[in-house]
Design a protein around this ligand. Structure first.
Ligand SMILES: [Zn+2]
Length: 198
């Protein structure tokens, strides 16, 4: 084996040490790869081995593929067919099917970004179906925001959620109040502040 020279001190006291690092991709899970470090026992200098970049890139592109397939499987399971997504997004037929099924091709970074956004907010497909009409988009957003609030409430039964809308001449006030039931309500009236006795 050829001698490895320390780039800092020039001595050939360099040994290769392997250690594992964890890589992850959104919706793709994580995996570990072994990378090499060149450690000089003379001066203590540590540097990355040139081979690491390739190892990391290869693993990340594998995780990106897994991520794309998982995202598409999950969207299919929610009832969004590949053809209906292509139609809503104005993509040529079979584009998404190719991202999912052709093992040999890596979907582009923009394709992965697009599908991750849709996986996070699947109702964006309904907005796309409405040709991105802004009134329809706002309505769909608010419907889904309301659904999320109901879910938050179910996940945290110890909180009370109240909401209201009040309109005066100059203001429209919308509020959502989330409070813990055990905190006593403070009610102010005129010059007096009453604390409810709970
Ligand atoms: Zn050295």
């Amino acid at each position: 084996m050829e001698k490895v020279i320390c780039t800092y001190c020039g001595k050939d006291a360099v040994s290769i040490e392997e250690h594992e690092i964890e890589l992850s991709e959104p919706y793709g899970g994580s995996s570990t790869v072994k990378i090499k470090e060149k450690v000089c026992s003379h001066c203590g200098f540590v540097e990355d081995d040139d081979s690491n970049d390739l190892v990391i890139q290869k693993e990340l592109s594998m995780l990106k593929r897994i991520s794309m397939v998982k995202v598409l499987d999950e969207l299919n399971a929610m009832g969004h067919t590949t053809a209906s997504m292509e139609r809503a997004l104005g993509l040529p037929a079979r584009t998404i099917a190719r991202w999912k099924n052709e093992r040999s091709m890596s979907p582009s970074a923009s394709a992965i970004a697009l599908m991750r956004i849709i996986r996070t907010y699947p109702w964006v497909l309904a907005v796309a179906d409405m040709q991105f009409d802004h009134v329809a988009a706002r309505k769909i957003l608010l419907q889904h925001a309301a659904k999320e609030l109901v879910k938050i409430r179910a996940e945290h039964p110890e909180y009370t959620v109240t909401s209201s809308a009040q309109k005066s001449e100059n203001h429209l006030e919308l509020f959502i109040k989330v409070s813990k039931e055990s905190i006593p309500e403070t009610v102010s009236s005129g010059n007096y502040v009453f604390e409810s006795l709970r």
